[in-house]
Design a protein around this ligand. Structure first.
Ligand code: NAD
Length: 271
């Protein structure tokens, strides 16, 4: 049996979770997976801080959509690799909504180079955004959550490449592998405070980050051949799991990575 991509994505949005009274920060939320997560958390009743870098109009439109669905949101521009900006964003969230319950570390960048050609500044930028960013955001969020004493939820959008090698993307794979061990270690440190930390590891999801691959017929064909379910995933399918992990129902779930990849990680071609 096959389902169309749009019906799958619509169904993924049906997961019912009540997040009324909770406040969430979603980083890099102006586009792609972060946007879907911000909208889903907002539709579930959470107050949502829509973090973005420079897409002010897109971020404001997401806030407007959250408000139209009955939720509350604010857009804050903060580069996740900037310590002062991150600390300021968390302080603003606490001041505006009275506390912080949920952090979703979603912001990320990808840039392909053969190992021998990676410029040092590209390596550093990818590590700064994809690994130091989640650290800075988690540290600031955990400080606020511990001070309030009501526990919390931290969810990192890592990648199948937290575990799966990624030729021509050594910096990206190193950053996501770093997030894997950062999450496992931080989960133990934060557990006594009833703060959980988990990773969602997406496979190929239709977002701007991989638009060039999806629009190149040959690359698209090769990509789909690697995915047992035979399609790319939709951002809403990541948002559905993220919303569950953000909820009270997931209180006993910590230190774990949840792969959403259409079977990609289990597949070996021709073996
Ligand atoms: P995307 O490019 O649409 O989203 C990334 C967002 O992060 C953008 O809005 C961007 O502006 C923002 N961002 C980049 N640098 C930032 C910074 N320094 N501070 C704040 N925001 C910043 O792509 P996406 O696919 O939605 O990516 C979201 C996350 O999912 C990333 O961490 C990515 O690595 C991960 N991921 C995506 C896929 C996929 O197939 N799409 C697969 C695995 C993992």
């Amino acid at each position: 049996m096959s389902a169309t991509t749009s019906s799958v994505a619509a169904n993924a949005g049906d997961v019912h979770v009540d997040l009324r009274g909770k406040t969430a920060i979603v980083t890099g939320a102006a586009t792609g997976i972060g946007k879907a997560i911000a909208l889903r958390l907002g539709a579930s009743g959470a107050n949502v801080v829509v973090d973005y870098r420079d897409q002010t109009d897109a971020a404001n439109e997401i806030v407007a959509e959250i408000e139209r669905s009955g939720g509350h949101g604010i857009a804050i521009s903060a580069d996740v690799s900037d310590e002062a900006a991150v600390d300021g964003m968390v302080a603003s969230a606490v001041e505006h909504f009275g506390g912080l319950d949920i952090l979703v570390n979603n912001a990320g960048i990808e840039q392909s180079h053969a190992l021998v050609d990676i410029p040092l500044d590209v390596w550093k930028r990818i590590i700064d955004v994809n690994l130091t960013g989640p650290f800075l955001c988690a540290r600031a969020a955990a400080r606020a959550m511990i001070a309030r004493g009501r526990g919390g939820r931290i969810i990192n959008i890592s990648s199948v490449h937290e575990d799966l090698a990624f030729p021509n993307n050594a910096a990206y794979a190193a950053s996501k592998g770093g997030v894997r061990m950062f999450m496992r270690t931080a989960a133990l440190e934060l557990a006594p405070h009833a703060i959980t930390m988990n990773n969602i590891a997406p496979g190929a999801i239709a977002t701007p980050i991989n638009q060039d691959v999806r629009e190149n017929p040959q690359q698209r064909k090769e990509l789909l051949e690697e995915i047992p379910l035979g399609r790319v995933g939709q951002p809403e399918e990541i948002a559905a799991l993220c919303t569950y992990l953000a909820s009270d129902a997931a209180g006993y779930v910590t230190g774990a990575t949840f792969v959403i990849d259409g079977g990609l990680m289990r597949y070996t071609k021709g073996l």
